[in-house]
Design a protein around this ligand. Structure first.
Ligand SMILES: Cc1cc2nc3c(=O)[nH]c(=O)nc-3n(C[C@H](O)[C@H](O)[C@H](O)COP(=O)(O)OP(=O)(O)OC[C@H]3O[C@@H](n4cnc5c(N)ncnc54)[C@H](O)[C@@H]3O)c2cc1C
Length: 788
């Protein structure tokens, strides 16, 4: 979450991370406008660059090379990234309707959502063909087709319907890739057949004659059959029916015909052209709604029609950014003068390319090298963004103290979520002198702290109380609401309880009433969805203004008198089970700095939204002796909290501990949560610190978690079944990560087993069988453990 001191005055919402919008984001990142908030709604967080797409199919580029990661780009632009799909737009209320979240309000809206290939009047396309757009779906279906071709031992007919630039390049790329793959599988590639079906009499009707001839000749040389001047009217399993009545066989059909607009635009109320694309003026504004802009394939420039091509979409980025800026500032807009002729470079998938500009055609390996250099340079601009630097801190009262400046700067980058927690040591020191009123009905209080407090209110059940509150960790209030609610419920589940009611504590940054209301509504909708699912009634709360968006809950729950799960029940011989992977602290810190891949951030968010409810039930069903939820103090901190009252030692197998994707990379970059240094103080409990400390994964043990999983002590006899049950309940990464040992000295100590345990045949294939020797004692930890 990017800290901001300026209230939000205007919202620009960008829908689709198309070629123009990625340029817009970059430009706003280079020159932000105070008070302006950008939001990107995108169906795919990794957006494909069309220039490299055929090369990726051909195997010349990796998926990573051919995609722009919108996560770091959004961070760079200071934009909120909503991973969602727009399904409509309410032009009167100025809101974008989304598939998976409440409507998103805008002051200005810009649409760069591309196109899909038209089915025309052909039947069966949806069921039996693979459309090249949307690309996310295409890549998955291409992969399935590739597998089928190999399973058929290369005996397959591959057809591409549509012979524009995209279709031709795709055909050549498919030919190269599949021929190579079949040969690599030691099969005969000559059993593969390729067919290109064109409705026009010639391929590439919009291109110069020499280029058409060159491409047709190249296809013939590769053995591709060209079926020209034939419209497909039906696509069925095993083949295609053409308008002439002819049938052609085809096992895999790729569909790349003329572009068609997204269907939902028809209902939007925007002025559309006869094919359904958004009509825009020279300013790239909708001709009917000046607060709506459009660019790329989806825009139809009445005044200067151009082919649907990535080249034009890229070019529109700069004028679109300029006009969005001007419109926000109520300044006159500039007219975009689309180039009449663009240069086209088509790869022939053999280390050569053919190109044309102003009617001139050129071909050769140098053309491919040139195209490759242009495409890589383009991608470099997005995948290698300038370093994010927080604004240079100003010395208070003009004192130029270097250390003070560094400290202020570090504070500015402090993490939200559980990374924003006060460290265990600070907290226990602060609470040391606090003596709460003594009451008989307090079953679990500050004197024997646990995940939640327990109070006896009479009756068969005990009352469980917990509170959690933290600054926003993601720029998406709806998801943040879900994470905050899930995190707060975690303490109740960790006590073996069931939630009953919750009070919300909310801080919203100062801003215009409408903006504050929209954010609050979005955040509380997300939170309430989680609470409702947990059968926990939201019964009230308190809201105030503050510097940053923050949310917390005080949750009440119920637990049967003899069922409360305590931290203090670790039993020697038990297996230690962790239900979710760790790593949210470092990954979210990396996200803040624009250093985390979207895939990593989305993975972490997915785990933070996963409830611990079912995990607690599984653990209870397998005779769990003790449990806690792993949150701000990290795995070691929470384990130590359990070990002290249990009077035991423990061994942890480092290689068995599940970690989130990307954690190894963010640790290697030296990116840690701002709470990490405080958590690391507990390293004193580790016996083999010198040796363990050299392992690159060692810092993960101290990484603060937000909405982390449960750490539990389970009888070894039921550990294997317990892990299997957790995995089938959806905790795919659940694993035995260590073992509880009898106390060997006066102070609790942890041994880190550094052997790679993945090959061992034991409880879950990962559990350590050889226990480390406990020969030295850790230092005494905090005297007064806080309730987390
Ligand atoms: C095989 C093939 C090869 C091609 N090769 C080239 C080439 O070499 N050069 C060239 O210039 N052109 C090429 N093209 C054409 C090019 O792909 C398109 O013209 C170009 O991608 C259009 O860019 P855009 O910005 O309009 O949309 P896109 O690049 O399609 O981006 C649209 C984005 O919006 C997102 N989106 C869509 N709907 C929604 C929604 N409802 N909510 C949220 N997000 C949404 C999508 O996920 C996508 O990320 C090729 C096309 C194909 C099929």
């Amino acid at each position: 979450m990017q800290p901001t001191t300026t209230p939000v005055l205007k919202d620009i919402v960008l829908v689709g991370a198309g070629h123009a919008h990625v340029g817009v984001l970059r430009m706003f990142g280079m020159k932000p406008i105070p008070g302006l908030r950008l939001t990107l709604i995108t169906r795919e967080v990794n957006t494909p660059y069309s220039g490299m797409l055929p090369g990726m199919i051909a195997g010349s580029y990796t998926a990573e090379e051919a995609h722009i990661d919108t996560g770091p780009l959004a961070v760079f632009a200071g934009a909120r990234l909503y991973h969602d799909e727009a399904t409509g737009v309410d032009l009167d209320a100025k809101r974008v309707l989304c598939r998976n979240r409440p409507p998103v309000p805008y002051d200005l809206l810009s649409l760069d959502i591309g196109s899909t290939p038209s089915h025309g009047d052909a039947a069966g396309v949806e069921a039996h063909a693979i459309p090249v757009k949307p690309i996310d779906g295409f890549l998955q279906r291409f992969e399935a087709a590739r597998q089928r071709v190999l399973a058929a031992r290369g005996k397959a007919v591959i057809a591409v319907v549509g012979a524009g630039a995209g279709g031709v390049e795709l055909m050549l790329a498919l030919h190269k890739r599949l021929t190579e793959e079949v040969a690599r599988a030691k099969l005969d590639p000559s059993t593969l057949s390729f067919r290109l079906i064109a409705s026009h009499a010639e391929l590439l009707p919009a291109f110069p004659k020499r280029m058409r001839q060159h491409v047709a000749e190249t296809l013939r040389k590769r053995g591709v059959e060209i079926v020209a001047g034939q419209r497909v009217v039906e696509c069925a399993p095993g083949g295609l029916k053409l308008a002439s009545g002819r049938r052609v066989s085809a096992n895999e059909v790729f569909w790349t015909t003329q572009a068609m607009p997204p269907a939902w635009l028809r209902e939007s109320g925007l002025a559309l052209d006869e094919r359904g694309f958004i009509r825009v003026a020279g300013t790239l504004q909708s001709v009917s709604h000046p607060d709506v802009f459009a660019a790329g394939d989806v825009a139809s420039m009445d005044y200067a029609p151009r082919p649907k091509s990535g080249v034009f979409a890229v070019r529109q980025g700069a004028p679109l950014a300029k006009n969005l800026r001007r419109r926000i500032a109520a300044r006159p807009l500039a007219i975009y003068r689309a180039q009449r002729d663009a240069m086209y470079l088509l790869s022939t998938a053999d280390g050569r390319a053919v190109g044309t500009r102003n009617g001139i055609v050129f071909e050769g390996s140098w053309v491919w090298r040139w195209k490759d250099a242009i495409d890589r340079r383009f991608m470099e601009k997005f995948n290698n963004l300038p370093e994010m630097r927080p604004a240079a801190p100003k010395a208070p009262f003009g004192i130029a103290d270097g250390d003070a400046l560094k400290e202020i700067s570090a504070m500015a980058m402090r993490c939200g979520g559980c990374g924003a927690k006060v460290g265990a040591t600070v907290l226990s020191a602060a609470l040391r002198a606090i003596v709460p009123s003594e009451r008989d009905d307090v079953v679990v209080g500050l004197d024997a702290p646990d995940d939640a407090a327990i109070v006896d209110t009479g009756g068969p059940e005990l009352s469980v109380h917990t509170v959690d509150y933290f600054r926003a960790i993601v720029d998406d209030p709806y998801l943040f609401g879900k994470i905050a609610a899930n995190h707060a419920l975690g303490d109740i589940y960790a006590m073996g309880g069931a939630p009953q009611s919750a009070l919300a504590i909310v801080t919203v940054p100062y801003g215009r009433e409408a903006k504050v209301e929209a954010d609050l509504a979005m955040m509380m909708t997300g939170a309430n969805e989680v609470l409702r699912e947990a059968n926990c009634a939201l019964v009230g709360g308190h809201t105030s203004e503050g510097a940053e968006l923050a949310l917390g809950f005080s949750v009440n729950g119920r637990v049967a008198r003899d069922k409360a799960l305590r931290k203090g029940g670790l039993t020697p011989g038990d297996a230690l089970i962790l239900t979710k992977p760790i790593g949210t602290g470092s990954l979210l810190a990396a996200h803040m700095r624009g250093k985390a891949k979207s895939r990593w951030t989305m993975g972490a968010i997915g785990h933070m939204m996963r409830s611990n409810r079912d995990a607690a039930s599984v653990l209870l069903a397998h005779g769990v002796h003790a449990a806690t939820d792993v949150t701000g103090f990290g795995l070691i901190g929470h384990l130590v909290e359990m070990m002290r009252p249990s009077n035991v030692d423990a061994v942890l197998a480092l290689s068995a501990i599940p970690v989130l994707e990307g954690l190894k990379e963010t640790l290697a970059m030296g990116i840690f949560s701002s709470l990490q240094p405080q958590n690391v103080r507990l390293r004193r409990a580790i016996v083999n610190l010198d040796e363990a400390g050299r392992n690159p994964l060692f810092p993960a043990l101290f990484d603060p978690q937000t909405a982390g999983g449960l750490l539990a002590s389970v009888p070894v006899a039921s550990a294997k079944a317990c892990v299997a049950a957790l995995q089938s309940a959806g905790y795919a990464d659940a694993a035995v990560i260590g073992e509880v040992l009898p106390r060997s000295a006066s102070l609790a100590s942890i041994t880190i087993d550094l052997e790679d345990v993945s090959q061992r045949d034991d409880v879950n294939g990962k559990r350590p069988t050889k226990l480390g020797k406990l020969n030295a004692a850790g230092e005494e930890q905090n005297a007064n453990e806080p309730v987390s």
